[in-house]
Design a protein around this ligand. Structure first.
Ligand SMILES: O=C(O)[C@H](O)[C@@H](O)[C@H](O)[C@H](O)CO
Ligand SMILES: [Zn+2]
Length: 299
């Protein structure tokens, strides 16, 4: 067994840190602060964070092949030019639901950007139910909806053979699987893979490892859990020093480190005192398993 070590590498207290993505060519971790309305970039060699403020809550960020980043922000898919800090709208969703915003998103292995929506939170994990949907932004900037009736659209990733999309609607407390047609980007046959135990909290962000197992960050659970999609069983738990773990990704040299984001929004003073690093970014080493490189949006 390898020995697991957890370090808080960014001790900022982001309101809702989320959507970590490793940018290999720069050795940086890109992430967002959703309600803090920021896109941030942590440089693993200088240990410094640069950030760009945006004008709406930002659910997720992804790499973009043509440079800069693609954002799921407010009710728009947008492009961020990191150099001059300008944001351009690529497409809009949920125009009939002014209280909705984008949440988690990720690029599929073919370079399409998937992200889902939710009603703005009344308080953490409390929303008007069934308002969200999951969308795909194609490289030509057209948008297609997968399904609606989502509470809090959250983590997603693909199986290593690209035939399955894994998906989390947080308030279902479940990790789902869908058949995924990589040629068209369409999904079908949604079913439950794993239901969280009560002490595990609320499933939030998710990533796959190089062995095809899923890692789920558990909000209010203070942990990431590893799930075997073959058996539908939870096979490992790694606890973190904050209850508000929100998402995870692999990064670092050869993707052998895991980065975990967290939140502090909605914590009372007593809990903040006990868990002062809530809202920070954590690095886990010694997991003994690697991740895979993220794909950049092709459009
Ligand atoms: O980051 C997200 O995905 C949501 O926007 C957050 O507010 C919480 O994580 C959620 O409440 C827990 O499911
Ligand atoms: Zn999330």
């Amino acid at each position: 067994m390898s020995s697991i070590k957890i370090d808080c590498v960014v001790s900022e207290t982001y309101k809702i840190g989320e959507s970590p993505v490793w940018e290999e060519k720069e050795g940086t971790l890109v992430f967002v602060d959703i309600t803090g309305q920021k896109v941030c970039r942590w440089d693993s060699s200088t240990k410094k964070v640069q950030s760009v403020s945006v004008e709406a809550p930002i659910g997720s960020v992804a790499l973009r092949k043509s440079g800069g980043y693609v954002l799921a922000m407010g009710n728009t898919f947008s492009a961020l030019n990191w150099e001059d800090q300008t944001v351009a709208t690529l497409a809009r969703v949920d125009e009939d639901k002014p209280n909705n915003r984008f949440n988690d998103g990720k690029v599929d292995p073919e370079g399409r950007f998937l992200a889902g929506t939710m009603s703005q939170e009344i308080r953490p994990a409390v929303v008007e139910r069934n308002q969200g949907s999951l969308f795909t932004l194609y490289p030509d900037h057209s948008v297609v909806k997968h399904f609606d009736m989502v509470d809090i659209s959250n983590g997603l990733d693909w199986s290593l053979d690209h035939k399955t999309l894994y998906y989390i609607d947080s308030l279902s407390f479940k990790v789902d699987a869908l058949d995924y047609d990589m040629k068209t980007g369409k999904s079908s046959n949604r079913r439950t893979l794993y239901k969280l135990q009560q002490d595990e909290g609320i499933p939030d962000g998710m990533c796959i490892d190089a062995e095809g197992k899923l890692w789920v960050a558990c909000y209010n659970g203070g942990r990431v859990i590893r799930i075997d999609p073959e058996t539908g069983k939870q096979i490992q738990t790694v606890k973190l020093p904050t209850d508000k773990t929100t998402s995870c990704c692999f990064g670092g040299p050869d993707y052998s480190e895991m980065y975990v984001t967290s939140a502090c929004e909605g914590m009372d003073e007593e809990l903040k005192k006990r868990q002062p690093q809530s809202g920070g970014i954590y690095k886990i080493t010694g997991l003994g398993v690697k991740g895979i490189a993220p794909t950049a949006f092709a459009g």
